[in-house]
Structure formats: C-alpha cells, structure tokens
Design a protein around this ligand. Sequence first.
Ligand code: GAP
Length: 488
Amino acid sequence: MAKITKLDDIVSLCKRRGFIFQSSEIYGGLASCYDYGPLGVELKNNVKKAWWKSVVQMRDDVVGVDCSILMHPLVWKASGHTDQFADLVAECKKCHIRSRVDHLVERADEHTEHIALGVAMTKAQDLSNKVCPACGAVGQFTEPMPFKLMFETKMGANVDDSMTVYIRPETAQGIFANFRNVLDSTRIKIPFGIAQIGKSFRNEVTTKAFIFRTREFEQAELEFFCEPGSDEQWYERWKELRFNWYLGLGVKKENLRFRDHDRNELAHYAKACADIEYRFPFGSGDWQELEGIANRTDYDLRQHQRGMRTLNKWFENDRDVTKIELAPEAEDYQSGPLSYFDDEKRKRYIPYVIEPSAGIDRSTLAFLVDAYDEEEVRGETRNLLRLHPALAPMKVGVFPLVKRDGMPEVARNIYNDLKRHFNCFYDEKSAIGRRYRRQDEAGTPFCVTVDGQTLQDKTVTIRERDSMEQVRVSTDHLLGHLRDRLEM
Ligand code: GAP
C-alpha cells in the first residue's frame, strides 16, 4: 500500500537535501519565514518559469510587469486594504495568544484561505464555548477585534518628508496602477492580461504548515481585462487553464479539485470566485486553497479612479491615508482616466477583470508533496521525488562509475558539455548506488554513467529516476536523447 506522505517527511527531506531552511536558523529561527537552499531555489525558479511560460510566453494576449513592492499609500486606500484588510481575532485572557475567529468558529481554514476584503468584519460570533488552541482554556476569549494584516514602514530620511507606506500584501495592485501605462506603451487590445510574479507580505495571525502560510511569500497573479459581458466566459476559461496547468506539471488529479465560493464568502467586488484546492498532508489530509480565480468586475480600476481624485485631499491631510475618505466616484466614471476605448466598436468602458492568483511557495509545496514517494528496493527504502522534468532542480546527474582508469576525465567532459544545455550535477564520490539515491531524492530525472565500456565504444548508460531502468546510448546521441526525454 502506498505510504501516506506526512508533512514531516517533506520538511525533513527539504532540510536534509537543501531545498528549504528555516530563516535565521542560527539564531533560533524567525517564525513563518523560510529560505530556499541550493535545490530549493532551482525548484522555485522552475515553478515560476513554468507559470510564466504558460501565462505569458505562450500567449499573444498577455504581457508581463515587475512592479515595486512599495507603492503610493493611496493605492491601498483605493483598493480597500487600508480600511478592510484585517482578520477578526480574539485574544485568550489566560495565555494572551490571539486566534482568528473564523478558525475558532467553523475551522474555516479548511476551506477559506483568506477572509475576503470586507467579509470578516461583518461576522458576529459567539465564542463562549470555544477552546483556545494554544492553552486549551474554554470560553476565555475577549470580544473579537480586527487585526490589520498589512505591514507598515516609514519612507524618507527626513522628519518632514517621511510618511507611512505599506509593504504590498498582493501583487495585483501594481498591475491595476499600471493599466494605463501598459495600454499606452503597447498596442495591446482588450481582451488582454497583465501578469506579474513577486513577493507579498501579510502579518498573518496564524501561520501554518511549513511554507503553506507564511508572512513573506511569492505570488503569481494575472489580471485579465475583458469587455463587460464577456467576463463570465473568460472566468470559466481561466479556471480551466489554471487547473490544467497543475495537471500538466504532473500533479495527480485525485489531489486537485475546485471549490466555488458561496455568495456570503465573496468579497464585495467579486462576482464569482473559485479556489483550486490541493489535498495537503496536514493532519489527516486536508483540502486547502492552492490558487484563487476571481471575477473582480470593474471594481479595482473604478476604485483607482476614485483614488486619483483623492490626491489633493491626501496632501492636505499630512499625506496620511487614515485621515481621509476616498473621493466619490465621478458621474462620468465610464470615460475616466482608466477607461478603455474600443476603436472597432467605437465605445468606451471600464474593463472587467478575471484574476487567477497563485502562490508560488504554496504550489512549490504541493509539487513537492505530490512528487514525494518511498518504495522498497532490494530490502532498502528508496526516497524519491517524482518531479516533472520541467520542475526538477537538476535535470541530469553525471558520474564516472569509479574514480580511476580515465573515467572521471570522460565524465567531466560530458558534464561540461551538457551543463551548457541543462542544470547538471557532477559527482564522483561514494558508491554508484548511493549517488543514484541522492539524485532520486533531489528529483533528478536522469543519471548518466561513464563506465569501462564507455572507454571502448563511446557509449554511456542513462538511468531513469522513476523506473530505475537503464539504457545505453552513444555519446554522440546523448544530448538529443536527453532533450527528447526531458521535453526541452
Ligand atoms: N490578489 C488576490 C489575492 O491575493 P489571496 O487568495 O489572498 O488572493 C492568492 O491570495 C494566493 O496567494 C493564495 O491562493 C495562496 O496561494 C497565496 N497566499 C496568500 N496568502 C499566503 C500566505 N500567507 N502564505 C503563502 N501563500 C499565500
């Protein structure tokens, strides 16, 4: 029977093989922050490359941007984050640990990654019989209170010009703020998308499960702008495309599903939202959000038009967004500065937006969990990562069978040649079986071994990670053979 993968297996493999480390570990660690090691950074970069290839490179209707993390404070006022991006928390009067109210009440973390903007604040909850997850005290909670999730910092060296700015909690707003720039600098026409991968930061009340929910994380977001009326079709299309992306990278179908949000879960701007969920191995195996796909309507662009109209008020109020209200929407907002003019249909409108929003760290965790396997081979346990070749940190391991008879020199030449094409790893230490096992654990799809026969007939063995089957290939055909099998 297949072994059920536990998160502990993954955490220990990640540490042992240099995928992921606790941040600041030599100082006892910084909670919920992680560093990617030599193999981890390759894996994570491959996840990003695969996303970019599918969402930007292979499409004629999507362009990319890379926006700054710090943005004008009015961006967050307009988007609603300054006033509403908060979790409702209650503090245990005994241990003073705060818990998310939705987690206490209905364990909504099994379903909802984030309480949508504006939804959390409206829920009144009875906590009189609720148990503190930290100390076990019953009914000891304070009244629920909002806890703001955006990190703040000060910008500017002089007292007079320093102001509070926010460290972005999502990459999406950089895209909305550049909608006009992209339109004016490219000849792209609606329907089109703007994509971005980058870091986001949230002062999460509860972090959990390794890199699943952290305070610093990376997002891959697409804002796809379309004509109102065509939004429902695009929403369905992007749901399908994003689901298939995970399947195409080898995630098992039985571990993926959609979950449509109920009406009362939707943020006030969203017309529809669905999560792609993955069956993560926390506890007994929970379905958890991997990615959200939302129909954000024309909300964000309209809000930013209001934000632009608020600029004077912001200057007049010490550049402090907490002191001001957003200006009302202009009556002719449909022809405002963030509107789009369709020259074929001769009409102007604020586009609707479909947003597939993925977590790079979270999908990296899902790929690791899904690929992890243990099997018995000749009385020994073989641990391996059956990663898709596009995601594997190293594509090929190159070894001399033994460290003599000229084999290392030939193997080094092959390695030097192959590494111009793929990430390769050269190893001549320890027994060949152990070297194979190390590459199995690193997820390397192929190992090339130079042996005595190589010196006579210029052939090498290629060993495949999953089946452990070996074939002999002439060195002249090695590159082409690997290319075909790696699909690169
Ligand atoms: N722009 C929409 C947005 O940010 P979200 O559901 O809050 O929506 C999108 O986040 C994705 O970002 C999530 O599905 C998840 O993969 C990832 N994500 C969100 N918060 C995270 C956290 N604290 N740690 C790791 N990943 C997170």
